[in-house]
Write a protein that binds this ligand. Structure first.
Ligand code: GLY
Ligand code: MN
Length: 463
């Protein structure tokens, strides 16, 4: 964890943004796989980590705005826990590490909350995404589970987003560490990729690297020669010559800061002419995005600029027709890139997605589009110095989507199906890097860029 001053400062800053009441931060609990003692890998709630820093389950952090205090609630280990898990720090010791002097049991939390509700105090909490925390809030607040969402504090969401979205220098250092691991994962995959190897052999190896360097992967890795399926989590295919292997994978540091990178490799080690032509368009869209990222520019407008590069390139290959302006305005490029250009990244790989994209990626100034494709853009609003973003354009040939658009004549004026048909078994290409918004422009995160030009990738695969 960071030093205790970090958490004291963050809680002070948060208190200053909230008018009155109690702010509740429930930590996550353990999640059983098939019986209570066999749990999934424990992952702490990121908001709890940000303000209370402790990577330990079953705690609740409370900030009392009027009293100007922070409290930690939880139950110390029993002898039975110690027999199975070894000695654990006491709640008091854990509190001291993050600058919290007041520690209490979970029963005391229930009593304190009952009093606060009786006094009519405002209780702030964030949208819970785990059922166990819905049930905790239900029991603390006496609200039916189905209605918890109605009582979430918008004031708290906005305050937390305003803090977490601007990364501190020490957070950037952590993200850089996660990027280093990402570099190792992807360059290892480049060395392993060849015809005959099964996707899971590569997935297992790179996930092992993430675990050996920190807290494991930052999301379920995508390692697939069917890269046209955007979130393909199947690893059972043997790699075939002529296919491309799409790897979208990142790591978490032991402090749970994330990286997220995508590379697309020719299984044989050499791109075909057709593959390279499409690859270079995606690369151009990625590079163009880096030229445009700067404070004050909306990411929505940059998504559209990347779309222009894609439209221009696909026109050059004879897959699209008409004016680039019209293609972009009508969202016709989304047949080939049906997702957004990127998202924020930090303690979560899709940072703060639990708080709601309408607060994280949009605001009163920038409204989310409802158009297919750009409607999936998670981060659309104006960029600020200190934002961390992914840059992940792609081009995919999704036969079911192509069939639908063709059948329903969607954007038919811009699409050349005679040529598109020659690409139906092409697969997909995505190239993703991570960027830090600076006072002017941006910079790539990670010491070295993971090989990305077709030549660099082929070279790394030979190595
Ligand atoms: N890298 C996975 C995603 O951004 O959804
Ligand atoms: Mn991503």
């Amino acid at each position: 964890m960071f030093d205790k001053e970090t958490y004291l400062r963050r809680r002070r800053a948060l208190r200053a943004k909230i008018k009155s009441g109690l702010i509740l931060f429930p930590a996550n609990g353990e999640s059983p796989v098939n019986y209570p003692a066999n749990g999934y890998h424990f992952r702490q709630d990121s908001n709890f980590l940000y303000y209370f820093g402790l990577n330990c389950p079953n705690l609740v952090g409370v900030i009392d705005v009027e009293a100007d205090t922070s409290c930690l609630y939880g139950d110390d280990c029993t002898l039975d826990d110690i027999i199975w898990m070894g000695n654990q720090p006491t709640l008091r010791e854990m509190g001291e590490r993050v600058g919290v002097q007041h520690t209490f049991t979970m029963l005391e939390l229930q009593l304190m909350m009952t009093m606060a509700i009786r006094k009519g105090r405002r209780i702030h909490f964030l949208p819970p995404y785990r059922e166990s925390n819905v049930l905790l809030l239900k029991s603390l607040l006496g609200i039916k589970s189905d209605f918890i969402g109605n009582y979430v504090s918008e004031e708290l969401i906005k305050a937390v987003v305003s803090m977490r979205e601007v990364k501190e220098p020490q957070e950037i250092e952590e993200i850089e560490r996660a990027c280093e691991t990402g570099y190792l994962m992807h360059t290892t995959a480049m060395k392993m990729c060849r015809p005959g190897i099964v996707e899971r052999e590569i997935a297992g190896t790179i996930e092992g690297i993430a675990l050996s360097k920190g807290a494991g992967v930052s999301f379920i890795s995508i390692v697939s020669q069917n890269g046209e399926t955007l979130h393909n989590h199947y690893y059972g295919n043997k790699l075939r010559p002529g296919r491309m292997l799409l790897i979208d994978a990142g790591a978490e540091t032991d402090m749970n800061y994330c990286s997220d990178f995508t590379r697309t490799l020719p299984v044989t080690g050499r791109f075909t002419e057709q593959q390279k032509a499409v690859y270079d368009i995606v690369l151009a869209a990625n590079n163009r995005t880096f030229e445009l990222i700067a404070p004050g520019v909306t990411y929505q407008s940059i998504h559209l600029e990347a779309a222009r590069v894609i439209a221009e390139g696909l026109k050059g290959l004879g897959l699209m027709k008409g004016s680039v302006d019209d293609i972009v305005e009508n969202g016709a490029y989304a047949l080939f890139m049906p997702h957004g250009l990127g998202h924020q990244m930090g303690l979560d790989v899709h940072d703060m997605e639990d708080l709601g994209e309408k607060y994280v990626g949009y605001n009163e100034e920038t409204e989310r589009s409802t158009m297919f494709g750009i409607g999936s853009l998670r981060m659309g609003r104006k960029l600020k110095e200190g934002h961390v973003l992914t840059v992940e354009p792609g081009i995919y040939f999704i036969p079911a989507l192509i069939d639908k658009w063709r059948g329903e004549k969607i954007n038919a004026a811009f699409l050349n199906y005679e040529t598109i048909e020659k690409y139906l078994d092409f697969g997909g290409i995505r190239l993703e890097d991570d960027a830090l918004v600076l006072a002017k422009g941006c910079r790539l995160l990670g010491k070295k860029r993971i090989p990305i030009t077709a030549e660099e990738v082929e070279e790394a695969m030979r190595g």
